[in-house]
Write a new protein. Sequence first.
Lengths: 263, 263
Amino acid sequence: MDTLYVIKIGGNIIDEESSLSLFLQAFSGIPGKKILVHGGGKLATKLAGQLGIEQQMIDGRRVTDGETLKVVTMVYAGYINKKIVAGLRANGCNAIGLTGTDGNMITAHKRKHPSIDFGFVGDIDSVSTDLLHNLLEQQIAIVAAPITDDGNGQLLNTNADTVAQEIAKAMSSLYEVQLVYSFEKNGVLLDVNNEDSVIPLITEQSYAELKSKQLIFAGMLPKLDNAFAALENGVLKVVIGNAKYLPEIIGGKSGTIIQRNVR
Amino acid sequence: MDTLYVIKIGGNIIDEESSLSLFLQAFSGIPGKKILVHGGGKLATKLAGQLGIEQQMIDGRRVTDGETLKVVTMVYAGYINKKIVAGLRANGCNAIGLTGTDGNMITAHKRKHPSIDFGFVGDIDSVSTDLLHNLLEQQIAIVAAPITDDGNGQLLNTNADTVAQEIAKAMSSLYEVQLVYSFEKNGVLLDVNNEDSVIPLITEQSYAELKSKQLIFAGMLPKLDNAFAALENGVLKVVIGNAKYLPEIIGGKSGTIIQRNVR
């Protein structure tokens, strides 16, 4: 099977013009099949602020009312997505920007929660591989924005990490998928203030140990739990690393590699 | 050759929730291959106003400065495009939203003009048929937003009528293309205040006559000139009609049909 890279970029890279430009150049240089999943950085929050839309947060998650949904759809699926696609084209990389709604790619539903109404937030039911497979086989890179819909015309704001993970899992039936979470840190760090303290490899066994000794920054645990969930569902390898070092991450020379067991 | 409908919808339909909903239902019901091209109606102007961005107009055309470009990209490629795609999905129509940037579909350049700088406005050089053909053959409808780029990463605001026309012309090598301009009027009217005065058929010969007798509303002339240009470049038939009556337009029972000669 061919290798497919599913690469999530974090907010900070999107916010900085020069970081994004370098990232897109590096992404264009990756040979073979690739999917880029992005969020919207601080731009959505900034635009909502300019429009006087109050941001409501519950448990660190944005509550998406109708006006906020409009803003994130405009920013994620409009401005950011097309800026990235045009940037890739300028680097000779033929790319197509999609949301979960396009080509019936993602089936989702409005989040159900016993006590909290998160508003127009989508949870993913399934990812259809047909269109993605077809486009990838035409050597077209995919740029996915984290917007889905409920099948009844209602758009939904969806977590970009989850979109990346679900796409990676679904595509595992067709490719050897490597899922990369790239952000502003060098990887999973033993000391959150020391970028040189990257843990190069985490396996199921070492993860249990690191957790029991509380050696991993609590904010990192959901990402790692998601990584192991992806590995359990067919993804070959997950890497968490610095977006600045994308070629090194792809080459296995930077970031934290997460695997079920050492091979 | 199969028939392909390239249908442009005007601003008013997009602005009215119930009109858009009915239109999307009708569009979903058209059998076979179809492409929908949309602009952004009054939403872009409204959003620019809310953000305090001054709209500059020269000769009735919007000058697109950097901030306005951001707004139209967000509104056209983001909010409107994804709302339409989700609406079609809800009607059982598998659709994919694209701009000219996606999949290298359209090659464009920043408008050159001897005296006026229109800002980030794109003129189209060519339309690549490969991706569109491939998607249409998978029974996926295309929803095209009028945003292009210059190949160097710069997004460009592009006239939606022109996008529809250029796509129609390019696709004529693969399909029998019918180009439909649907808007809020019943067709080309002899009396602009009388919706019952639709001219059912205009040929090259009758157009010359109508023009010489000044029987056609001046604002309609550019649309008709464009229609004949499309016909000269392989498009089989152009129809101008009311978006409310899309099934009737497709059935040849409503609107103004524009053909080179009577067959």
